[in-house]
Design a protein around this ligand. Structure first.
Ligand SMILES: *[C@@H]1O[C@H](CO)[C@@H](O)[C@H](O)[C@H]1NC(C)=O
Ligand SMILES: *[C@@H]1O[C@H](CO)[C@@H](O)[C@H](O)[C@H]1NC(C)=O
Ligand SMILES: *[C@@H]1O[C@H](CO)[C@@H](O)[C@H](O)[C@H]1NC(C)=O
Ligand SMILES: *[C@@H]1O[C@H](CO)[C@@H](O)[C@H](O)[C@H]1NC(C)=O
Ligand SMILES: *[C@@H]1O[C@H](CO)[C@@H](O)[C@H](O)[C@H]1NC(C)=O
Ligand SMILES: *[C@@H]1O[C@H](CO)[C@@H](O)[C@H](O)[C@H]1NC(C)=O
Ligand SMILES: *[C@@H]1O[C@H](CO)[C@@H](O)[C@H](O)[C@H]1NC(C)=O
Ligand SMILES: *[C@@H]1O[C@H](CO)[C@@H](O)[C@H](O)[C@H]1NC(C)=O
Ligand SMILES: *[C@@H]1O[C@H](CO)[C@@H](O)[C@H](O)[C@H]1NC(C)=O
Ligand SMILES: *[C@@H]1O[C@H](CO)[C@@H](O)[C@H](O)[C@H]1NC(C)=O
Length: 717
C-alpha cells in the first residue's frame, strides 16, 4: 500500500461515507437531482424535411438564422438608443455626429480564462464599461457594454458569461456579491469542493456530495458517458447559476441549476428584449485517441457554443449542430435510429464545465503525475484511480464527453470525422486563453474586440500577451479563409513586457492601410494599481475561495483600473481615458463613413498615447512604481486561515482534483456495494477495498446503451 498524506486519506475516506449516506436517502432520484440527466430516446425531427446540422464553406459562411435575427433586431431596435446615450452627438470626441453619414461599428467583448480570478476580473471590468454604474458612466467608459453585439467567454470567462444570462443580466456588483434579495451572488467564500468548510464529514458536506453524485449518476444511467467534467459542472452550478442561495445550498429544495439549459437562454427576459450582447462560449477539442495531456497543437478543432448551436467555423469543419439536440450522435447528419435522439444534454453547468475542463493537463495518467503534487503521492493515487476508472469507463475521464454529431462530415479535413464521440477540453488548451476565435469569424463582421484580459501568464499572474500571439498565428495560418486577421502586435511576450503594452490599456490596429486588413483590438489587461499600491487582483488561477471582502475590493480595484487609463511617467489616472476609449470604439465607423471623416484632434491625441505603433513602440519605463507582487487585502480572512490549516490544499487545485476523483470513486464504490451482502466497518473498507481493483464487465459505448451498471430503482428516469 502506497502512502497517502493524511488529508488525502481523509478525503478518500469521505467518499465512502458519502456513499453510505446516499443509501439512506429517502428518495435518491427526487426531481431536484435527476434533472441533470438528458432525455434519451426522444423522437428525432423528420430528417427528410429538417436538418439538425448546418454546413457551410469559408466561401459561403453564414450564421445561424436565429443568431442573425437576434443581432439584426438588436442593431435596429436597441443599439441606436444605447449609442446615443453613450456617445451623444460625439462632441466629447471632437466630432459632430449629427452631421455625419455613418453606421455604428460592431463591437464584441472577450472574457478570457483563469478560474475565479479571470471571472472576477471580467466582472470588475464589465462594471467599468456598464452604463448602469454611476462611476463608470461619469468616467465616460460606462456605456460600452450596452453597445456590444457579442460577448464571448472561455473557461473562467464562461462562468461569468453563463452567470450573467442565467441571472437575467443584472449589474455586476449585484451579480457577484448578491443584492440581499433575489440575487445570491457567487458565494466564493464557500469552497467549490468543500462548501461547508474543512470538515468533510460534516452533514452538510456529505449532503452536498450526495446531491452532486446522484445527479451525475442520473446522467450516467442514461448511458451517456460521464467524466470528471460532470461533477465539476454540478459544483460550478451552485455558484454561477441562479437557483442556489446560502439558505438552500445544502438542501434538495432546489435543483441547483440541474435542468437549466443553454438552449433556453433565448427565454431569459433580458435576451427576449434584445438587452444583452449575444453570448458565445469557447471549448477546445482533443483529437480522439491522442490522449494528450500537454497543450494541443493549433490544428485541433476549436468549438463555439451559442444558445443555438455547437459549431466550429474552422475551415476544416465549418458546421454547426442544433444545441437542443446536442448529445445526439449523428452520422451523415442523421441519427442512426430516428427514435434515439437526445435532448437536455446542454446543461448550463456542463457547458461552462466543458469550457473550463483542464483535467487532462492536471492529471497525467501516462506520466502518473498530478500537477502540484509530489510524484510519489500522485503516482499511487493515479495508479489506483486508473484501475478503478478503467472498469467503468469506455471513454476518457479527463475530458468533457460529447456524442459526435459531425461523424462522416467533411471527412477529408475534419479530424474527428470517423469517431462517435468528441473530447472537449478547456478553451485554453491550445495556448489561446482569450475567446477570440468566434469574434474573428468573417460572417460576424466585427469592427472592434474589447479584451478584458484577466489571463495569468507571468510569475505574478499578470498577462504577457502570449494568448494574442497564439491566436494571431492560428488566424494567419489555418483560418485565413474563414476569419478576419489580427492587427499588428509585439512578436514575443518579452516584447509585450519590455514595451509595457501588457500593463496598461492598449489599442491594437488603429491604422489599417485598408479596412480589410484587420479589425481593432482594445486590450484592457489586469495590471498593478497605477498609484503604486500593492496589487490585489493578480491571484492564482487555482485559488478557489475568496472572502467577500477580497471579492469586493477586487471588483473595485479592477473597475478603477478599467476607467483610469494611465499617464505616461506618472502614477496618476488619465481624466481623458473615457473619451479615448470612445474614440477607439468609434474609429472604424469614422473610416467607413461616406465621405470618410477626418480623425479629430482629441482622438488623434488619444491614439498617440494608447495605440500600439510597431514603428514607434512604447516602453515599460513609462509605467513607473508599479508593484508586481500580490498582497492579500484580507489577511485575517479565509486565505490565511486555510494557509495555517492542515487542509490548506483543499481550497486549491489539488484538493479540487482529489475531491472530484473521490466523487467518481464514490460512484464506483456505490455500484460495487450493491453486490455486497454485508458491509464492513469503515476502517476496514478503507484498508481492504478502497484501493482494490474491482472487476466488472465493461459495456458498449453507443449512446442509448447503458455504460454504467447502476442499480435498478423505482420510477422511470
Ligand atoms: C455552401 O456550399 C456547400 C457546397 O459548396 C453546400 O453544401 C452548402 O449547403 C452551402 N451552405 C450554405 C450555407 O449556403
Ligand atoms: C452636442 O451635445 C452637447 C452636449 O449634449 C451640446 O452642448 C452641443 O451643443 C451639441 N453639439 C451640437 C453640434 O449639436
Ligand atoms: C451616405 O452613405 C451612403 C452609403 O453608406 C451613400 O450611399 C450616401 O450617398 C451617403 N449620403 C451622403 C449625404 O453622403
Ligand atoms: C439530497 O439528495 C441526495 C441524493 O439522494 C442525498 O445524498 C443528500 O443527502 C440529500 N440532501 C439532503 C439535505 O437531504
Ligand atoms: C432563474 O433563471 C431562470 C431563467 O431566467 C428563471 O426562469 C427562474 O425564475 C430564475 N430562478 C430564480 C430562483 O431566480
Ligand atoms: C489512448 O488511450 C486508449 C485507451 O487507453 C488506447 O486504446 C489508445 O491506444 C491510446 N492512444 C494513444 C495514441 O496512445
Ligand atoms: C432545433 O431543431 C428543432 C427540431 O427541428 C427545431 O424546432 C429548433 O428550432 C431547432 N433549434 C435551433 C436553434 O435551430
Ligand atoms: C430505436 O430506438 C428505440 C428507442 O431506444 C428502440 O425502442 C428501437 O428498438 C430502436 N430501433 C432500432 C431499429 O434499433
Ligand atoms: C508568457 O506566458 C506564457 C504562457 O502563460 C508562458 O509560458 C511564458 O513563459 C511567459 N513568458 C514570459 C517571458 O513571461
Ligand atoms: C458602481 O461601482 C462602484 C465602484 O466599484 C460600486 O461601489 C457601486 O456599487 C457600483 N454601482 C452599481 C450600481 O453597480
Amino acid at each position: 500500500m502506497f502512502l497517502l498524506p493524511h488529508p488525502l486519506r481523509l478525503l478518500l475516506f469521505s467518499c465512502f461515507l458519502t456513499a453510505l449516506h446516499a443509501q439512506d436517502a429517502p428518495d435518491p432520484f427526487e426531481a431536484s437531482v435527476i434533472d441533470y440527466a438528458p432525455l434519451t430516446n426522444v423522437e428525432c425531427p423528420d430528417f427528410s424535411t429538417t436538418s439538425l446540422l448546418r454546413e457551410w464553406t469559408p466561401q459561403n459562411q453564414t450564421l445561424h438564422p436565429r443568431e442573425q435575427e437576434y443581432v439584426d433586431s438588436r442593431a435596429q431596435n436597441t443599439l441606436p438608443g444605447a449609442w446615443n446615450s453613450w456617445l451623444g452627438n460625439g462632441s466629447r470626441m471632437g466630432y459632430d455626429l449629427s452631421a455625419t453619414n455613418f453606421t455604428w461599428p460592431k463591437i464584441g467583448i472577450a472574457l478570457p480564462g483563469g478560474g475565479l480570478r479571470a471571472a472576477q476580473y471580467a466582472a470588475g471590468a464589465l462594471s467599468g464599461l456598464d452604463a448602469r454604474n454611476e462611476t463608470a458612466q461619469a468616467a465616460g467608459t460606462g456605456g460600452l457594454l450596452q453597445v456590444a453585439t457579442y460577448i464571448a467567454g472561455l473557461s473562467g470567462g464562461s462562468w461569468i458569461t453563463g452567470s450573467l444570462f442565467f441571472n437575467d443580466f443584472p449589474t455586476l456588483h449585484n451579480l457577484v456579491l448578491g443584492d440581499g434579495n433575489d440575487l445570491s451572488g457567487w458565494k466564493l467564500d464557500l469552497p467549490f469542493a468543500t462548501p461547508d468548510g474543512t470538515d468533510i464529514f460534516s452533514a452538510n458536506n456529505q449532503a452536498f456530495y450526495g446531491s452532486v453524485l446522484w445527479s451525475v449518476r442520473a446522467k450516467a444511467y442514461k448511458g451517456i458517458d460521464t467524466s470528471l467534467t460532470d461533477p465539476w459542472a454540478r459544483m460550478i452550478s451552485y455558484h454561477f447559476l441562479n437557483q442556489t442561495s446560502r439558505a438552500n445550498f445544502f438542501t434538495n429544495d432546489s435543483a441547483h441549476g440541474a435542468g437549466q439549459l443553454w438552449s433556453n437562454i433565448p427565454e431569459i427576459p433580458a435576451f427576449q428584449q434584445y438587452m444583452t450582447p449575444f453570448p458565445i462560449v469557447v471549448s477546445d477539442s482533443r483529437p480522439v485517441g491522442s490522449n494528450l495531456t500537454t497543450a494541443l497543437d493549433l490544428e485541433s478543432t476549436v468549438y463555439e457554443i451559442t444558445p443555438m448551436e455547437i459549431a466550429s467555423y474552422d475551415p476544416s469543419l465549418s458546421a454547426g449542430m442544433n444545441l437542443t439536440f446536442a448529445g445526439t450522435q449523428l452520422t451523415n447528419g442523421k441519427a442512426v435510429n430516428g427514435s434515439a435522439c437526445v435532448t437536455g444534454f446542454d446543461q448550463a453547468g456542463f457547458i461552462m464545465g466543458s469550457s473550463a475542463s483542464l483535467f487532462n493537463q492536471i492529471l497525467d495518467f501516462a506520466q502518473n503525475t498530478i500537477t502540484g503534487m509530489s510524484s510519489s503521492d500522485s503516482a499511487g493515487l493515479l495508479f489506483t484511480l486508473k484501475q478503478q476508472l478503467q472498469e467503468v469507463r469506455t471513454r476518457a475521464d479527463d475530458v468533457a464527453n460529447w456524442p459526435n454529431p459531425f461523424t462522416n462530415i467533411k471527412t477529408s479535413t475534419f479530424q474527428d470525422a470517423k469517431v462517435n464521440w468528441l473530447e472537449l477540453l478547456d478553451g485554453s488548451s491550445n495556448g489561446a486563453n482569450i475567446p477570440y476565435d468566434p469574434m474573428f469569424v468573417r460572417a460576424r463582421n466585427l469592427d472592434v474586440i474589447v479584451t478584458l484580459e484577466g489571463s495569468a501568464d507571468d510569475a505574478n499572474n499578470f498577462p504577457n500577451g502570449s494568448s494574442l500571439i497564439t491566436t494571431k498565428q492560428r488566424l494567419s495560418t489555418l483560418l485565413q479563409p474563414s476569419h478576419q486577421q489580427f492587427p499588428p502586435i509585439p512578436e514575443t511576450p518579452e516584447d509585450f513586457i519590455s514595451m509595457g503594452v501588457n500593463a496598461r490599456p492598449t489599442f491594437f490596429g488603429c491604422d489599417p492601410t485598408t479596412l480589410a486588413d484587420y479589425l481593432m483590438v482594445i486590450y484592457l489587461p489586469n495590471a498593478p494599481p497605477i498609484n503604486g499600491d500593492d496589487p490585489i487582483t493578480n491571484t492564482a488561477t487555482f485559488q478557489l475561495t475568496y472572502t467577500p471582502k477580497h471579492t469586493q475590493l477586487l471588483l473595485d480595484a479592477v473597475q478603477k483600473l478599467t476607467i483610469e487609463g494611465f499617464t505616461p511617467n506618472a502614477n496618476t489616472p488619465d481624466p481623458n481615458f473615457g473619451t479615448c476609449l470612445q474614440c477607439a470604439v468609434f474609429d472604424r465607423a469614422r473610416l467607413k463613413s461616406t465621405p470618410v471623416l477626418t480623425r479629430s484632434d482629441i482622438c488623434s491625441k488619444c491614439f498617440k498615447q494608447y495605440c500600439y505603433d510597431p514603428q514607434n513602440p512604447p516602453s515599460r519605463n513609462e509605467l513607473p512604481n508599479r508593484k508586481q507582487v500580490f498582497k492579500d487585502p484580507d489577511p485575517m480572512g479565509l486565505t490565511s486561515f486555510l494557509a495555517k490549516n492542515e487542509f490548506n490544499f483543499i481550497g486549491g487545485l489539488v484538493g479540487l482534483v482529489v475531491l472530484i476523483l473521490v466523487l467518481i470513486g464514490g460512484l464506483i464504490w456505490w455500484k460495487r456495494r450493491q453486490k455486497k451482502v454485508f458491509y464492513k466497518r469503515l476502517t476496514q473498507i478503507y484498508e481492504a477495498e478502497a484501493f482494490a481493483i474491482p472487476v466488472y464487465p465493461t459495456k458498449g459505448s453507443r449512446p442509448g446503451s447503458q455504460v454504467y451498471e447502476l442499480p435498478k430503482h423505482h420510477g422511470e428516469l
